[in-house]
Structure formats: C-alpha cells, structure tokens
Design a protein around this ligand. Structure first.
Ligand code: NDP
Length: 393
C-alpha cells in the first residue's frame, strides 16, 4: 500500500492517474497536482474512486516541498514538462522522497535535452538514500527495457539498435501534435544525431529517412532524429556499435511544420510584439489543439519497437521487439489517445516496481539498468503487450 503524488495533469498525467487508480492494492492513495487545477478536476471526475487534487507551480521548488510535506507520498511521478525535472528532483531531495519521470531535463531557453543535468544528482540522491528513475515512458522507457531484455535473452553481443516509432493514427485535425506541442516541435526541428563506433554523428533536421515495414500497420516512412534514450543506451548497452532513432511523420505534418518554421513560428527566442515579450513557439502551442483533447477523434494504431542486430551462439541474429497500441481502445479505457497511453502505462509500472521494492537503488538510474523481466511481465498485464519477431537478414 503506497501513496503516489503525480505532478502534471496533461495527456500523460491523466493516463498515469487512471492506471494507478486501477491498482488500488499498490497505489492506495493518489494525489494529482498541476498548475491549472481545472485540469486535475477533469481527470478526477473521470475516475470511479476518489483521489485528492492540488495546485502547484512545479517551477518553484518550495511549492513542491510544501505539497510533498502535506501529502507524504512514497513516490513523486513527474508528468509535467521537462523544464520542471530539476525543481521537482530538488524537492524530492529536500524531503527524502523517490522520484520518477518520462522525459529528461531541458532548459526552457535552449532546445538541448541531455541527461547530464540529472545524472549530476547521482551523489546527492545516493547520500540521501533515495532513488530517481529517469525516462519511464515509452521512448524513452519501454524501448530501453526492450534493449535490456534483448541483451539478457537474445544476444551474446548486440551490434546495432534502431528504435522505430510509428504513429499510423489520424486525429482528424489539419495539424496537431500528439504530445505537448512545444516539446514535440523543439524535438522534431532539432538536428538529427546518432551514435556510431563511440562517436556522435550529427545530421541536418529530418534529412535521413527509410521505409520500414511495421507489423500490423505496414510500410511507413521514418525519419532519423536524435532522441534522449540514445544517450543512456550508448552508455549502458555494452559493446553496441550503432544506435539510431527513427520516427514516422505524414507528408501533411511535415508540410505544416516546414511552413511554420519558414514563417518563424517555431522559434524559442522571445520577440517583442507591441511591448510584450512573446515566444513564438509558446504562442503556437496556445493556438494548436491541446493533445489531451485529441483522444476522442483519433483512430488507428501506433507501433513502436527496437530492431536489434547482433550475435547469439556464434550466429548472426536480427529481431524486432515491439508493441502495437490502438488509439480508440486507449480512449475507451482511459480517455486518452495512444501516445499518452503508451507513456502513462510504463510510468505507472516503473512506479509500481519502485514502491513494491522490486526495483531498488540509491541514486539516479536509467530504466535499462534494472532487471527488465518484471517490467516486461507487467507490460503484458497492464495494457501494452509486446512481441518478438525474428527478422531475416
Ligand atoms: P501536456 O502539455 O499535455 O501536460 C503537461 C502538464 O504539466 C499540463 O497539465 C501542465 O499544466 C503541467 N505543467 C506545466 N508546467 C507546470 C508547472 N510549472 N507546474 C505544474 N504543472 C505544470 O504534456 P504531455 O502530457 O503530453 O507530456 C507530459 C510529459 O511527458 C512531457 O515531459 C513529455 O515530454 C513527456 N512524454 C514522454 C514520452 C515518452 O515516451 N517518454 C512521450 C510523450 C510525452 P498547464 O495545463 O497549467 O499548462
């Protein structure tokens, strides 16, 4: 029996709250806190069992400290934005509470996410005797666990990993993003980067692509991007020679994005408009559909997995470990589309493994550092079943 404090009542926070509420034998008490209380109320009203809600500005550490002291949770799940990671980690340090998130820290004024800022908390978390689990979403998250599982069960040596993220869903809007528009557009418009033979190779934004025949959803054009799990996997999957990340985008999405970029709407430097400082990307976010509102209209499926090549018992081997998730089924269950669903379920599972003591540690951890088996088992139980497909060379 444990108490969980979830911070951030957006698309992902809503799914985490629903999923924790489905397991009262583990999460006996839930508090959902966010900057805008009406978003917490909306999620609370969707649930059958009562939860507490609170308002908090997670940019302000002492507000989070006060809330933690008031609620005394066993764990804080951070489903706010990457900008709040450090202030929430500081609050967890001050109060001695375990921490989990789904995205690594990114400074608001610089589109440069990396783990350094959070890995720097290692000694402080260790000394305090608490644990931080970083990146317990789908990618990062499940994809990292897929790699650890493959390393443990399918390979003696892993040579290459290609993480492939496809969304073949249609939300019915001319242009919208499936998770926070600001974070999504910062990620997509950044330069591509992949790891090869101990080096990082940089590419122009969305300049490389390939077509991959995904199970269930069929062939899709996927673009090479930098993604945060590459950084920890390059460190933790011993001997890997190359790791890349690919994501699918429709021509329609890319055309809109190109136009928005060309007219300056994706910029993150503030501009002066009639005496007011406005960040174009934040303004764009305000006029785009809220991702948590897309659930009702989104149809189709996602398929996300890891294509892994290496050697087992002296023979070359190639496998694809993947999950397929249906937008409409996700909506029926938790009132969210599959992107939020595939992120929220692993956050709940990571928290469950922490509060039940299955995954234990003192310090800051990436998810692939733990035994993947219990996590893989729970994916099957809690809504993200996976498969392993042998692929011929
Ligand atoms: P949303 O924008 O839908 O939700 C974010 C929520 O956080 C909003 O309710 C927002 O409140 C709240 N919030 C923002 N700033 C603060 C603050 N200072 N204090 C308190 N609450 C705040 O985003 P998503 O749910 O789509 O994404 C949530 C996180 O999940 C992001 O970090 C994203 O990068 C990550 N993610 C991870 C994925 C993975 O697979 N690992 C995939 C998808 C997302 P308000 O309404 O007031 O703005």
């Amino acid at each position: 029996m444990s108490k969980v404090l979830i911070i951030g009542a957006g698309g992902v926070g809503g799914v985490v709250t629903h999923k924790c509420a489905q397991v009262p034998e583990v999460f006996s008490e839930i508090c959902l806190a966010s900057r805008t209380i009406s978003r917490c109320e909306k999620i609370r009203d969707q649930l059958r069992s009562p939860i507490k809600i609170a308002s908090v500005d997670a940019d302000i550490t002492h507000e989070v400290v006060e809330l933690i002291k008031l609620e005394s949770p066993d764990i804080v799940i951070n489903t706010a934005l990457p900008y709040q990671d450090l202030s929430i980690m500081d609050a967890c340090l001050e109060t001695g509470v375990n921490y989990l998130d789904t995205a690594n820290y990114e400074p608001p004024d610089e589109a440069r996410f990396c783990y350094k800022w959070q890995w720097d908390y290692q000694d402080r978390f260790k000394d305090k005797g608490i644990m931080a689990l970083l990146g317990s979403g789908f990618d990062p998250g499940v994809t990292n666990v897929f790699c650890a599982y493959a390393q443990k069960n399918y390979f003696d040596e892993i040579h290459t990993i290609d993480i492939l993220d496809a969304n073949a869903g249609d939300h019915g809007h001319p242009f919208a993003t499936n998770f926070n528009p600001e974070i999504n557009i910062r990620e997509v418009t950044a330069k591509g980067r992949f790891y090869e033979n101990g080096q990082w190779v940089e590419t122009e934004p969305l300049s490389d692509h390939m077509t991959f025949d995904f199970p269930v959803i069929g062939p899709q054009k996927a673009y090479l991007m930098y993604h945060e799990e590459l950084e920890s996997l390059a460190k933790n999957i011993k001997g890997v020679k190359r790791i890349r990340f690919w994501m699918t985008f429709s021509e329609n999405y890319l055309t809109h994005l190109r136009v928005l970029e060309n007219v300056g709407m994706t910029g993150i430097a503030p501009i002066n408009y009639k005496g007011q400082h406005i960040v174009p990307l934040k303004f764009l976010k305000a006029v785009l559909p809220d991702p948590s509102s897309l659930g009702a209209s989104t149809k189709g499926k996602t398929c996300i997995g890891c294509l892994i090549k290496g050697v087992k018992d002296g023979k070359r081997r190639k496998i694809f470990i993947y999950n397929v998730c249906d937008h409409e089924e996700s909506y029926r269950e938790v009132k969210s589309q599959a992107i939020s669903y595939t992120t929220g379920v692993p956050a709940m599972i990571g928290a469950m493994l922490m509060v039940t003591g299955v995954w234990q540690g003192k310090g800051v951890f990436n998810i692939e550092e733990f035994d993947p088996q219990p996590f893989m088992d729970k994916l099957m139980v809690y809504g993200l079943p996976w498969q392993v497909m042998e692929v011929s060379e």
